[in-house]
Design a protein around this ligand. Structure first.
Ligand code: BGC
Length: 435
């Protein structure tokens, strides 16, 4: 293994999402989803990693791991628990959290929708409701006004593609629809429009406050797709999937271009609606032909017979080369700064995470050498957390959480990563010690 050197301007930290770590909120759609027994082992989002009550302790751990940046989300249901009603308690909580981060020298990147929203919004049909953009915009304006100068970087929507897929095609997220293609496209359209509107609101609101340093982007899940076999229909299916899972969202959210079937034309005018592209990258997906009538989406499988070291605890393939490929392609196309807004591994016994980090940073080193403007790496995740419908078993944390006592312990891989955050390199000595 060779040492790795990153430029000093390259920033490293980690990412989380409110529902997955905070606990305590009964107004979000995920709490209601857990009440229906829809999370593995009948788990609930109600306690999670109790981060809501342990913000300072967790920021201290970030400091201990030399974080320079941190991606977090704001729980909409804590700010607007009932339609049109703003919670001062919720607002103050996030103002204090952000203040504490800034004081710790950790720069926040704030996500405004990360898979969860208020139950009242859910009951209105969530993103399929034609007024969803209006509701979300009002929330965005509120957040920007109460965070003021303390945050200049926003991620509007996290993984609209995975969200729409898991909500309307795979039935995993509330309201658990299956193969509902119409809702998939309807919600996708509104998510794209919500981003475009939010992009404009955040810029104009901050401009009114006198700030010109605003950076707004998306966090898009880019999977590396590969066709399995030579079947012409499978190849077609891969193309359709790539389009409806990736390109359609990129067209819309970056260029403001609604393309078939979510729409036609430029509702906000031609332009560029991202100041950076946040890429969430996890794995390679092999596309097989499908018996599913919604053949459009093919069927994604992991290559048969992969050795254990190539698989994570959820059975996804570990494929670092894919990070290079998806980032290179999206950068060549749009030439916008790239942040890796998520990349990580469920690895309960911490036997693969350090190597995973090394191998993915190696790809980033190559991207930098190839003149890709890649600026950030947010490891998923700071802490073990609620892996949505898969519950608490998958362990993505640099920090282990004992859910009975809420005790935090930095894993060995977390120590390794903390040293990388500080040194911006992986030396021979670190390789010998951790890998
Ligand atoms: C999501 C996270 C999730 C992670 C691991 C991403 O799809 O943004 O919320 O925990 O992947 O599955």
């Amino acid at each position: 293994m060779k040492p790795i050197k990153l430029p000093s301007s390259f920033l490293l930290g980690s990412a989380t999402a409110a529902t997955q770590i905070e606990g305590g909120d009964k107004n979000s759609n995920w709490y209601h989803w857990s009440l229906k027994g829809m999370i593995a082992n009948n788990e609930s989002s109600i306690v999670a990693a109790d981060h809501y009550n342990r913000v300072i302790e967790d920021i201290n751990l970030m400091k201990e791991m030399n974080h320079e940046i941190y991606r977090m989300s704001i729980e909409w249901s804590r700010i607007e628990p009932e339609e049109g009603v703003w919670s001062q308690k919720g607002i103050k909580h996030y103002q204090d959290e952000i203040q504490a981060l800034v004081e710790a020298g950790i720069k926040p990147l704030v996500t405004l929708h990360h898979f969860s929203h208020p139950q009242w919004f859910e009951e209105k049909g969530q993103w399929t409701n034609r007024d969803s953009v209006k509701y979300f915009s009002r929330f965005v304006k509120k957040v920007v006004s109460f965070l003021g100068d303390s945050v200049n970087e926003y991620c509007t929507i996290n993984e609209p593609n995975v969200f729409a897929m898991d909500t309307f095609m795979d039935g995993k997220y509330p309201p658990g629809k299956k193969d509902d293609i119409l809702s998939y496209f309807k919600a996708s359209k509104n998510l794209i429009l919500a981003h475009l509107k939010a992009y404009k609101i955040i810029h104009s609101e901050r401009k009114k406050m006198g700030y010109n340093d605003t950076m707004v982007g998306i966090a898009i899940h880019l999977a590396y797709f590969e066709v399995s076999g030579n079947n012409i229909l499978t190849k077609l299916s891969e193309k359709l999937m790539n389009y409806s899972f990736h390109q359609m969202f990129l067209n819309g959210m970056i260029e403001g271009h609604l393309t078939f079937p979510v729409g036609l034309g430029y509702p906000h005018g031609k332009g560029i609606y991202c100041d950076f592209i946040g890429v969430n990258y996890y794995s390679r997906h092999l596309i097989h032909s499908s018996n599913n009538p919604a053949m459009l989406f093919g069927e994604v499988k992991v290559e048969a017979g992969l050795p254990d070291e190539k698989l994570n605890d959820l059975g996804w393939e570990i494929y670092p080369e894919g990070l290079y490929k998806v980032v290179k392609e999206v950068f060549e196309k749009y030439k916008l700064p790239i942040y890796i807004t998520e990349n990580g591994i469920p690895d309960a016994n911490d036997s693969k995470r350090a190597k995973f980090i090394y191998n993915h940073l190696k790809e980033i080193e190559k991207l930098i050498a190839d003149d890709v403007d890649i600026r950030r790496y947010y490891h998923w995740s700071l802490l073990d957390n609620l892996e949505w419908n898969d519950g608490y078993a998958p362990r993505f944390g640099l920090i282990e959480v004992d859910y009975y006592t809420q005790k935090r312990t930095i894993r060995e891989s977390g120590r390794f990563y903390g040293t990388i955050c500080k040194e911006k390199e992986i030396t021979k000595k670190m390789i010998d010690k951790y890998l």
